[in-house]
Design a protein around this ligand. Sequence first.
Ligand code: PBG
Length: 324
Amino acid sequence: MHRPRRLRRSPTLRNLVRETKLSPHDFVLPLFVSEKIDNRRPIASMPGVFQLSIQAIVDEAQRARDVGLQAILLFGIPEKKDEQASGAYAENGVVQKALRAIKRKCPEIVAITDVCLCEYMSHGHCGVTRIDGDHFHVLNDETVDLLVKTALSHAQAGADMVAPSDMMDGRIGAIREALDADGFDQTGILSYAAKFASVFYGPFRDAAESPPQFGDRRSYQMDCANADEALREVALDIEEGADIVMVKPALPYIDILWRVRERFGKPTAAYHVSGEYAMIKAAAEKGIVDERATVLEIMTSLKRAGADIIITYWARELAEWTRN
Ligand code: PBG
């Protein structure tokens, strides 16, 4: 009787038939630039991640390029917040200044910017809010107007791609139209298309100093129970002009990632978020799991499930671990 051979029994042949291979080009490094600090400041809930000054972020961008990463994702922490999020679209806002500085020193790195208002709003919500009694509303269209201004100012400062993370309706189409009208038809849009309301964003809100001062984000971010709705969200964003669609968080939503990649065949990104990062860091620090092996297994799973691009706070280490 013919007995099937299993290549995985041989270490060398195992690699030959490996279906999913990681490389530095799979990863995007998120970076936090703050107007309030001089050099770098550690983020307590995210060991190994720092808020950076403009000078420090330029150095980080160069380091990212030197280890073989193609792209970074920028978040800004302004000196002052207000009710109009004016720091988000100021010509000399923190992200705009950082972009110009990065592009001067390191023009070849792809600079993607998070387009959202929560870091710039005194109340920490992702949009313009109105309070009626004990309810609050996020005003969709007023918010979209400010997001358009923000995206445009990022493009003018040198962003290669803008990444709206707010989950307002119609923002992708509005941003696309404004970019095209201003001559930025080459500027791409990475849409946070299926962004779930998640406890896993907790540490990020420390990092970006953006926890909501009242209420929560469930009126604009998605319910973790809904998969078909996620597909509808992605379809709308593609129709409106998204170039890359993102699922966020990553591992708890790996089924969504798979379905999005299968259904639409668009470049698809997964955001392995702050809480996912912090959990593994904490377990590794206690000696419960091996950090590198855990991270490599998770990233391989995300890529196998359909991620063309993975945004992760381990991007720099991953570039080193996956170079050969
Ligand atoms: C801004 C934004 C958030 C994240 C990315 N962009 C926070 C939020 O929606 O509360 C989370 C990223 C992470 O947790 O690593 N809206």
